[in-house]
Design a protein around this ligand. Structure first.
Ligand code: SF4
Length: 379
């Protein structure tokens, strides 16, 4: 069966042509799938009957089975999706007053192996397909609309490719997925509201600038190569000076005039005032790399046993932020959301890492959950 979630609009048009249908039919079909959340061709009433008949039995809109779904007291929703072979990926919806953000996964596991990331400790299983990346958005958007009773009004206004995986190491699946998010016949999100977060895959940052420039976040976590080599091992291949040059170049095409640097605060490792000063020297072009207009997002570390790392005390994070802010660099401290459901970044991956445990834990609950969602038409 062909999974129609694997196609961007030109891809769907090409598929319709193989069925002997006019390309414009693809736009109708695309809108039914992404804007109305339809999974049943029979429900697509204004679609030519001939096309509906051809699609039935040949194609499908393939949702991801839900292993678990938890709703936090603060409205954060976390899904754990089964992607087969004992692998699961997470997506998290974070509601705020003026936006609804979905954090999406791009891979089952991750090959980069950042020291502070429980997904990295899990190792790499496989890339997700375009359909599996988009199914996270399709499922979240349309199930949230039903739950919140918003009708056809959009719930998810922002997407961050910041879940499990390094999106730029799954480039060929990522780009069509981004194009569907941006397409006015799809989710219609502005480029400023779709963010790709990377650990620093320099050649792919350059390709993203050409192919589909969206907002860019970079997991920096250290101001100098010696430390970053240890925390973010891909730095040994693409050191900081190359990364900064790629960031500066990216800004020529980016929808925003700054790069967001993510910085996980690790007690006694990268969180001193001297580290903050070194970061300033780096982004202001005083450390041998080009100047990069930027914002910093300081992330409280979520400790997990194998890391051997500790979360920086709150006062240290605040003092670190002040050094950056006093120098005129916009700096935020990430709020922890969904604490009651372990939805903060990386926490779920620790459970996924032990797949036996995950399967055991969810095997009894999953059928109930999937049944409940089937009743709403989204499984
Ligand atoms: S932080 Fe991102 S790139 Fe690094 S190991 Fe975790 S998922 Fe991979």
């Amino acid at each position: 069966m062909i999974n129609l979630l694997d196609f961007d609009l030109p891809g769907l048009a090409a598929y319709c042509e193989t069925l002997g249908e006019k390309r414009f039919r693809a736009t109708q079909l695309f809108r039914w799938i992404h804007q109305k959340g339809a999974a049943d061709f029979a429900a697509m009433t204004d679609l030519a009957k001939s096309l509906r008949e051809k699609l039935a039995g040949k194609a499908e809109i393939r949702d991801l089975p839900v292993l678990s779904e938890h709703v936090s007291a603060d409205g954060t929703v976390k899904w754990l999706f089964d992607v087969g072979g004992g692998n699961a990926v997470e997506s998290v919806f974070i509601p705020e007053d003026d936006r609804g953000t979905l954090c999406v996964s791009s891979q089952a596991g991750c090959a980069v192996g950042c020291r502070f990331c429980s997904t990295g400790h899990q190792g790499f299983s496989r890339n997700l397909s375009t359909g599996e990346i988009l199914a996270q958005l399709w499922h979240a958007e349309h199930s949230l609309r039903q739950r919140l009773g918003t009708g056809s009004e959009r719930v998810i206004t922002n997407v961050v490719m910041m879940g499990m995986g390094e999106p730029l190491q799954n480039y060929s699946a990522l780009i069509p997925a981004l194009k569907v998010m941006l397409d006015d016949h799809g989710y219609g999100l502005s480029r400023r509201r779709v963010t790709v977060s990377t650990s620093g895959v320099v050649p792919m940052i350059e390709r993203l600038r050409e192919d589909c420039p969206v907002a860019l976040a970079v997991s920096l976590h250290a101001p100098v190569d010696a430390l970053r080599d240890d925390l973010v091992p891909i730095n040994r291949k693409y050191p900081i000076a190359e990364l900064m040059a790629a960031c500066q170049s990216y800004l020529h095409a980016a929808p925003r005039d700054f790069i967001t640097f993510e910085y996980c605060m690790l007690d006694g490792v990268n969180d001193t005032d001297a580290h903050a000063q070194a970061l300033l020297a780096l982004v202001q072009g005083r450390a041998g790399a080009p100047r990069v207009p930027c914002k910093f997002n300081l992330i409280p570390f979520n400790p997990f046993p194998q890391s051997g790392l500790k979360r920086s005390p709150r006062e240290r994070v605040t003092a670190f932020a002040k050094v950056l802010q006093d120098a005129g660099v916009v700096t935020t401290i990430r709020k922890t959301r969904g604490d009651d459901i372990d939805a903060a970044c990386g926490q779920l991956a620790g459970e996924v890492q032990d797949r036996t445990r995950v399967v055991e834990r969810f095997s009894q609950r999953a059928p109930l959950r999937i049944m409940a969602l089937r009743e709403t038409g989204h499984a």
